[in-house]
Design a protein around this ligand. Structure first.
Ligand SMILES: [Zn+2]
Length: 645
């Protein structure tokens, strides 16, 4: 194919196109919802819409056939079990019903998943549980797991260990009667479960007892140097919010009493390179570059009478539970743990691998080729999650992946699970507050379409526009309507005008012409920003810039009036030719955000579906190309009138 892109522009654009990384294959995952209720606006904003935008972008970059976009429900664990108990329905039935509803909501929002499965479905459970059990065996063989006994609340009536949030009582600090097992929302205190006063089981209203139980714990500390090396390599490519959170957490650190400050200062020049800060509880925390430096610093401080503790709370998490509804730990590995199940968090990290196999099976391909997506260094895995889950997806998952390697003390090689790229979104607020049913600002995904009459593309566009990559952002209905007014106004005009002018004045074909005015320069600018922003999955500034770019069409119309025979014909043709050039670029760039609307634009321009490709950017629609029929694009705001204002 010959390159029809205009030549003579600044060389950096060609460089950008050549530098953009194109993996051979890609998996995109979206944070897994619990199967305990309908999908709401927060799910869409935090996971499914950005993941879909990225999956569509990757499809334009490497071909949709090389991309698998997978998700499913997080079925196991106490959350779903308790919801089912409360609803009085068998858990499998309860979950199945919810999953089908979630699936339907996702599909009406154009979330182009290859598969929406679940961790407990009849089809997926056998492969998923087998893989999880083998995974645990490998971690155990590699000594990434250790056993630890602790006290937990036990409901004697139901013969059930109770998760932290299912025990309430009186706070030992502030006497709040609705405190949880080990923390109080009212005063922010955390304490030992045994300190909670008047404990009550949320499931039976009985008084629970503390009972000893033994679990497997994941030792992330063991691979913290490898995690650090990996995370540091992502400083330029990951979103700041992800990078800062995990790099701060894993820096090898020790703490000691601030009474030792003078001794510490005296030793400063003898200690390995470090940073120090004051920490709550009259402590000083010192951070080192690696575990070796940390160990030698501890020795030196110890010799000078400074008792230190490791700041390693993040690096130890129990990964089994006394819950029946889950994946049993592999039989024959440890008799003391028989009957326990895998904790739902590590299980959900493994689940996208099972979903990938389910997706391949559904496509009629060999399930075993999942490894081409997960263990091949030429492939990439992109994961979209809420900010709260960054710890799990980067640190816990990273340690689990490293822990399955032949040698955990290096980064993965070909054939081992490759470390993934994680993108996060902060909380979505609605009308200035956290969504909650009691405050009346809770919106399910379906409600916005069914009851309030919004078009799914309007919602997708608005959610992508919010700055959730940096901070919690507000879904404010007044602003939403204003944005929709813009889409239906100037943006629709930019789509409709060139098509109408070509239909009425140029026999429905694109006239011969040249790119005029600032068309070329502005195109180069926007495309560079587009590729950069899409790779980082950071959309808010980008969308405004694309809109400004589209408005050049409106500017060309007022200046050269291609729809008006009384003006200079050459200029009219050049202007219209340029408008279609811009329009095609806008259509391709906006496709991942508002796919249904851009597909209508594609039909109006009479272009094949293969036009949704990065390689079609900058390629003008040929002169004399016959256009299709005019279509309607974004709906007018009057159609959204039942929405609150
Ligand atoms: Zn309290």
């Amino acid at each position: 194919m010959t390159d029809q892109r205009p030549s003579g522009g600044p060389p950096d654009l060609k460089t950008v196109f050549s530098r953009i990384s194109r993996p051979a294959r890609a998996v995109v995952t979206a944070g897994m919802p619990y199967a305990n209720g309908p999908l709401h606006l927060g799910h869409l904003a935090g996971a499914h819409v950005p993941a879909d935008i990225h999956a569509r972008f990757m499809g334009m970059l490497i071909g949709r056939d090389n991309v698998l976009f997978v998700c499913g429900t997080d079925d196991h664990g106490s959350t779903s079990e308790v919801s089912a108990i409360k609803a009085g329905v068998p858990v499998q039935e309860f979950i199945g019903g919810i999953r089908e509803k979630q699936k339907a909501s996702l599909s009406r929002y154009g979330i182009s998943l290859n598969v929406y499965s679940g961790t407990s479905t009849k089809e997926n459970f056998p492969r998923h549980s087998e893989y999880c059990q083998n995974f645990l065996k490998t971690l155990h063989q590699n000594q990434m797991l250790y056993k630890k006994t602790s006290e937990q609340w036990f409901d004697t009536k139901l013969a059930l260990f109770l998760p932290d949030r299912y025990v309430t009582g009186t706070c030992p600090r502030c006497a709040n009667p609705k405190a949880y097992s080990d923390e109080c929302d009212a005063c922010g205190a955390s304490y030992n479960p045994s300190e909670l006063l008047n404990p009550v089981s949320a499931l039976s209203d009985e008084t629970p007892v503390l009972k000893e139980t033994t679990h497997w714990w994941l030792d992330m500390w063991k691979v913290s140097d490898e995690l650090k090396t990996w995370i540091e390599s992502k400083q330029k490519t990951w979103l700041k919010s992800v990078f800062q959170e995990v790099s701060g957490t894993i820096a090898p650190s020790i703490s000691f009493s601030n009474q030792c400050e003078e001794t510490f200062k005296g030793l400063k020049d003898h200690l390995p390179k470090h940073k120090s800060r004051y920490a709550p509880g009259k402590q000083i925390v010192a951070q080192f570059d690696n575990l070796t430096d940390l160990a030698s610093a501890r020795t030196l401080l110890q010799e000078n009478g400074v008792e230190t503790s490791l700041v390693d709370g993040w690096a130890h998490r129990s990964i089994t539970r006394d819950v029946k509804w889950g994946i049993p730990i592999p039989p024959g590995v440890d008799a003391e743990l028989e009957g326990k199940t895998l904790y739902v968090w590590p299980e959900s990290l493994i689940a996208p691998i099972s979903f990938t196999r389910a997706a391949l099976a559904q496509k009629g391909q060999d399930e075993a080729s999942w490894s081409e997506y997960w263990t091949n260094p030429d492939a990439r895995v992109y994961q979209f999650i809420g900010q709260d889950n960054v710890y799990f997806y980067v640190l816990m998952q990273g340690a689990m992946w490293l822990g399955t390697q032949a040698d955990p003390h290096r980064l993965p090689i070909d054939g081992e699970l490759q470390l993934t790229d994680v993108f996060s979104r902060f909380h979505l607020h609605v009308d200035g507050e956290k969504m909650s049913k009691s405050k009346g600002n809770f919106y399910s995904a379906d409600q916005l379409v069914d009851e309030m009459g919004f078009d799914p593309d309007q919602v997708r566009h608005f959610l992508a526009l919010l700055s959730l990559t940096e901070k919690s952002s507000n879904f404010d209905f007044e602003t939403f309507k204003e944005r929709n007014r813009f889409l239906a106004g100037p943006l629709n005009a930019a789509f409709e005008k060139p098509i109408a002018a070509a239909q009425s004045k140029f026999n429905g074909v694109i006239p011969e012409g040249e790119l005029i005015g600032k068309t070329e320069k502005e195109t180069q600018k926007i495309l560079m920003l587009y590729l950069r922003s899409m790779e980082r999955a950071d959309y808010s500034q980008l969308l405004f810039m694309i809109e400004n770019y589209a408005r050049i069409i409106n500017g060309l119309f007022s200046q050269y009036k291609p729809h008006d025979d009384r003006h200079d014909e050459k200029q009219r043709k050049d202007a219209l030719y340029s408008c279609f050039f811009i329009l095609k670029n806008v259509m391709i760039m906006l496709y991942p955000f508002v796919p249904t609307t851009m597909d209508r634009l594609r039909r109006a321009l009479n272009l094949p579906e293969s036009v949704f490709s990065i390689d079609e950017l900058l390629v003008p629609i040929a002169a004399n190309h016959q256009l299709g029929e005019q279509q309607s694009f974004f709906p007018s705001v009057e159609q959204n009138d039942s929405a609150p204002s």
